[in-house]
Design a protein around this ligand. Structure first.
Ligand code: FES
Ligand code: MG
Length: 568
């Protein structure tokens, strides 16, 4: 037992609670932490905070307790003191009205807890879609040395000899159920097979996308973003992240040294090459904004013309995260993408992206990670559209769309809101054909509010039953990264703030020309001006709202700025 009474040299002095007497503050802090049984020796170590985002409502984070145990082991093996602390946790399916509505709350919670408590470095454990963006936004603002640890993807599911992936196949099979092909009993069985283990959705949805982007940004250990949630390597990655956090506590680099313009450019290249989630673009914009940087949508589009999709994962391709991992994961992809990357960008270990690319494993015969010469798709995952319907831009994931619909002119069938969509989409009398363009509005950041993943409008039941699998659908909403279809998203400005999407009427003609990057409402300008004069904002935006909802409605920015709060 230590009888050394010198005051803590390191962590405990950080962020002292203000009582007007700093030595008293430290004395009181030590008195209370000693109630937990810590020795002076322990308290003199570098302190590594570990975010605990475990929640019974978040199965994607089901392995967090074991990861925390391993991070703590790593911290202690390296001579640090691990201190676990809770933050809120967000699961996609257990967040009403939407997970996006809560992402900024988690970012604020995480940032303020990092700022408030004494820690010399922090290990951020996240996985489900909004958690990693929230944690990176927090780390970018707090700028305490940080390392991201991903909970990891689930293993694949199996049903009747078919491999299933959450949630590309959730949507596909639900579509079959809606079309009357799959009965209620089978749907119940399938609900137990789509997500068979702890961890995050194992297709290239938002969680997997962020797992890849944290490696591209250099803020996670190389190779750690793709390890399945249930594997022993995942536990070892946690231990190694804990060890690395102790090194960071001493010498950095800090998030501000990692999250640079070059890092964000690398992330944009990777986002195109993995067939990543459209949400990834919104999140990157939000994280960059916390560092005073802007994700330039035109540059992102240019990258997409040069960098093809190389990773064969659903929904753009056929396979799953565990296959990507065993094919060499992110280091292998960085190796294939070398010509397009800023190779001197440094990462959390001090290694450059070049060194990680050089050290990539070569897995003979693997076909999941393609080379630039044999890409999965000729271009990148996403294109940025402009036009009189989207003055501030819109996004289409053309790698997961029907090629024959990418240039299409059709009659608008307008849904006023998500509720209107739910009420009318399956009406047998709905005036709709397969050639029409389904339009959803008031589903943006402020409109819904919370920018729901409603952009994947269902095919009207009568058309689905007739065998229609895809239609052009446009909205100011988001879409799950796991979804497939010819779907234009994130139209900005959104209709609820007066964007031109709010002026479309059923029967108007709309032209989508993805190769030319255009989205046009074929109505003459005078008529649109006349309609704009009659336009009214949705009622919830003219009423006073209290609490977090009030803060959100007042402060949330548009998709092109990452839907962060204007004051963050
Ligand atoms: Fe959590 Fe898909 S629901 S990652
Ligand atoms: Mg998702």
């Amino acid at each position: 037992m230590s009888h050394d009474h010198k005051p803590s040299a390191f962590g405990l002095r950080r962020n002292l609670t203000s009582y007007g007497d700093p030595e008293f503050s430290l004395f009181l802090r030590k008195a209370f932490i000693k109630a937990a049984g810590f020795s002076d020796d322990a308290l003199e170590r570098p302190i590594v905070g570990i975010t605990n985002t475990f929640s019974d409502f978040n199965p994607c984070h089901g392995n967090v307790p074991r990861l925390i145990e391993a991070v703590k082991r790593g911290v202690m093996l390296a001579g640090g003191l691990p201190m676990e602390f809770p933050t809120i946790s967000i699961h996609e399916s257990f967040a009403s009205p939407t997970s996006m509505f809560l992402r900024n709350l988690m970012a604020m919670d995480t940032e303020e807890m990092i700022r408030a408590q004494p820690m010399d470095a922090v290990v951020l454990i996240g996985g489900c879609d909004k958690t990693v963006p929230a944690q990176l936004m927090a780390a970018a603002s707090a700028d305490v040395p940080a390392i991201q640890l991903i909970t990891g993807p689930m293993l694949v599911g199996h049903h009747k000899g078919e491999i299933l992936g959450a949630c590309t196949d959730c949507r596909r099979l639900w579509g079959q159920h809606r079309a009357g092909v799959m009965d209620q009993d089978e749907v119940e069985v399938v609900s137990g097979r789509l997500a068979p283990t702890q961890g995050t959705c194992m297709v290239m949805g938002t969680a997997s996308t962020m797992g890849c982007l944290v490696e591209a940004l250099g803020i996670a250990l190389p190779g750690s973003g793709t390890i399945p949630a249930t594997h022993a390597d995942r536990i070892r990655a946690a231990e190694a992240s804990g060890r690395q956090a102790v090194a960071l506590a001493g010498q950095g680099p800090r998030p501000s040294e990692l999250l640079t313009e070059a890092a964000f450019r690398n992330a944009m290249v990777v986002l195109q090459a993995i067939g990543g989630s459209t949400n990834g673009l919104v999140h990157l914009a939000a994280i960059a904004r916390r560092r005073g940087l802007k994700i330039d949508l035109e540059e992102f589009d240019r990258i997409g013309r040069e960098v093809p999709v190389l990773v064969d994962l659903k929904p753009s391709g056929a396979m799953y995260m565990e296959h990507f991992h065993w094919a060499g994961g992110m280091p292998r992809l960085l190796h294939e993408l070398r010509d397009h990357l800023a190779l001197d960008a440094v990462t959390v270990t001090g290694e450059t992206i070049r060194a990680i690319a050089d050290g990539a494993e070569d897995v003979p015969g693997q076909t999941i990670i393609r080379s630039l010469k044999t890409p999965l798709k000729a271009t990148g995952a996403m294109a940025v559209l402009r036009g009189n319907l989207a003055p501030l831009g819109a996004v289409i994931k053309h790698s997961a769309a029907s090629p024959d619909l990418l240039q299409h002119t059709g009659r608008a069938v307008v849904f006023e809101s998500v509720e209107d969509l739910v009420t009318r989409i399956d009406d047998p009398d709905l005036d709709v054909t397969a050639d029409d363009v389904l339009v959803l509005r008031n589903a943006g950041p402020k409109g819904a509010p919370g920018m729901p993943e409603a952009g994947y409008l269902p095919i009207p039941r009568k058309l689905a039953q007739a065998g229609v699998k895809d239609m052009v659908r446009i909205s100011d909403a988001r879409m799950s990264g796991t979804a497939f279809g010819t779907i234009v998203l994130h139209i900005a400005p959104e209709s609820a703030t007066g964007g031109p999407l709010g002026l479309v009427r059923s029967g108007d003609m709309i032209r989508l020309d993805a190769p030319a990057r255009r989205l046009e409402l074929l109505v003459d300008e005078d008529e649109l001006k006349r309609r704009a004069q009659e336009w009214q904002p949705p009622r919830h935006l003219t009423e006073v709202s209290r609490g977090y909802r009030g803060l959100y409605l007042k402060s949330v920015l548009q998709a092109d700025e990452g839907c962060d709060f204007d004051f963050c």
